[in-house]
Design a protein around this ligand. Structure first.
Ligand code: UD1
Ligand code: CA
Length: 453
């Protein structure tokens, strides 16, 4: 059986942030959440998360996850000290303990599975992930004997210039026989440059310890500052885009596109440059998105086109076209084959099938039926300064240019609103509403005495 412990108590001083390092977002999820995700192929009997700096905030960020046991490391005295906190909690000495640094977010689940099975097959006291880096700066150096047995790990700050030449680095991902680790953990000292209890010091006291080189060095990228975070983001993006390209999605100029890994795409989707897909966005086949669009937590049916627009928390049914320059701010539903054109803003609005909102409109807190034509410049005046009110527009209505619908107000089916109207009262089916002053023309009128002007 295996127990997982994720070390997430540090502040991450080098991030220069008040947000705990492990909560920094990386493509729509926190680093910590990614580390948890990397355990998806192993079935741990227990999950410990060691928290300290801003512990409550870290816990709250994982409140949707079940079966986590949070362990408080009140003072962050080092990675060894973090694991020491498990001593009073984990009594089963036969257990294997997988220790993961909370700031190593790109590990693949398969790699952890392999680490665990290598560890168990060889009956190691400890097995750790390593790799050789041409630029090993910032990592602890791993020293092995001729038989690939790890003898010690020396933190970079404690290395002699000679030792720094060693390019084999410690990824901060380990599997331990808990019984053996628990015996030596209490003996750690702080006699090192950083005056911390290093977990890495245990390796000179246990054996056999095996180093397992990862095949993809990008997986073990540790995040200590925002430069690393940006690099990790690029690695993640490369992985995500490769996956979708091979799954039949066209990306035009992929470098200018970003896609969260929470997004779901279908084959035959085309994404044009400068388009960013975020959160729980789902895109059906035949959609063409971009250039220049941001789409977040939005579901798109088949063959939708979105051009230079911003869509959030919305649903767009099949065949609809959006943009250019539309802004759907949230809780918007656009029916099949409808069209939302330039400079149209919507919020909390449902538009029925086959409708057109083609130019220069604001629709907020509104329900529109099917085949409605919203004229240029139509506005729902939904806010009276205190409360928001609802506007209802029936099927096959037409609003004239520059009409204002003052909510709460309701138009029946097949209502026509004359251009420039300010509609304040409900209108029944099949009616024409004209709510503006009548035009007055005075023939032959001019200023009587133009000399006085
Ligand atoms: C650590 C390793 C180093 C390795 C590198 C890989 C040690 C001593 N060094 O160094 O060999 O190459 O990771 O990325 O382990 N943490 C706690 N409590 C603490 C201190 C840290 O929970 O008291 C957590 C941090 O939140 C972080 C993780 O442990 O998630 C690693 O800590 P960090 O200070 O970043 O270690 P490194 O110096 O990177
Ligand atoms: Ca680190």
């Amino acid at each position: 059986m295996v127990t997982v412990a994720i070390l997430a108590a540090g502040r991450g001083t080098r991030m220069k942030s008040s947000l705990p390092k492990v909560l920094h977002p990386l493509g729509g999820k926190s680093m910590l959440e990614r580390v948890l995700d990397s355990c998806s192929l192993i079935q741990p009997s227990r999950y410990f998360v060691v928290v300290g700096y801003e512990a409550e905030q870290v816990k709250a960020s994982l409140s949707h996850r079940e079966n986590l046991e949070f362990v408080l490391q009140e003072q962050q005295l080092g990675t060894g000290h973090a694991v020491q906190q498990l001593l009073p909690l984990l009594h089963d000495r036969d257990e294997d303990l997988l220790v993961l640094n909370g700031d190593v977010p790109l590990l693949r689940p398969e790699t952890l599975q392999q680490l665990l099975s290598t560890h168990q097959q060889h009956h190691n006291a400890a097995t750790l992930l390593t790799t050789q880096l041409s630029n090993p700066q910032g990592y602890g150096r791993v020293f092995c004997d001729q038989n690939q047995q790890v003898q010690e790990i020396i933190e970079e700050k404690d290395c002699t210039p000679q030792q720094k030449q060693n390019q084999r680095i410690n990824a901060g991902i380990y599997c331990f026989n808990w019984g053996k680790l628990a015996e030596i953990l209490p003996e750690l000292s702080t006699q090192n440059q950083q005056q911390e209890y290093y977990l890495t010091d245990v390796f000179s006291s246990v054996s056999p310890v095996m180093a397992m080189d990862v095949s993809d060095v990008q997986e073990i990228t540790g995040i200590n500052n925002r430069k690393h975070l940006a690099q990790a983001y690029d690695i993640l993006q490369e992985r995500i885009k490769e996956k979708w390209l091979l799954a039949g999605v066209t990306l035009i100029n992929p470098d200018s596109i970003t896609i969260d890994d929470t997004v779901e795409l279908s084959p035959e989707v085309t994404i044009e440059p400068q388009t960013h897909l975020r959160g729980k966005t789902v895109v059906a086949s035949g959609c063409r998105l971009g250039p220049g669009s941001v789409i977040e937590n939005t579901q798109l049916g088949e063959n939708v086109t979105v051009f230079s627009s911003v869509l959030r928390d919305s649903t767009i049914e099949a065949g609809a076209t959006i943009g250019p320059y539309a802004h759907l701010r949230g809780n918007v539903a656009i029916g099949n084959d409808s069209r939302v054109g330039n400079f149209v803003e919507m919020k909390n609005t449902q538009v029925g099938e086959g409708s057109n909102v083609a130019h220069l409109s604001y629709l907020g807190d509104a329900t529109l039926g099917t085949e409605v034509n919203v004229g240029a410049g139509t506005i729902t005046a939904n806010y009276d300064g205190r409360n928001k009110h609802h506007t209802s527009i029936g099927n096959q209505c037409k609003t004239g240019s520059n009409s204002v619908l003052v909510a709460p107000v309701s138009l029946g089916d097949e209502v026509t609103v004359a251009a420039g109207s300010v509609v304040t009262d409900d209108v029944e089916d099949d009616a024409l509403v004209i709510a503006r002053s009548r035009q007055v023309v005075k023939p032959g009128w001019r200023l009587k005495d133009s000399a006085q002007r």
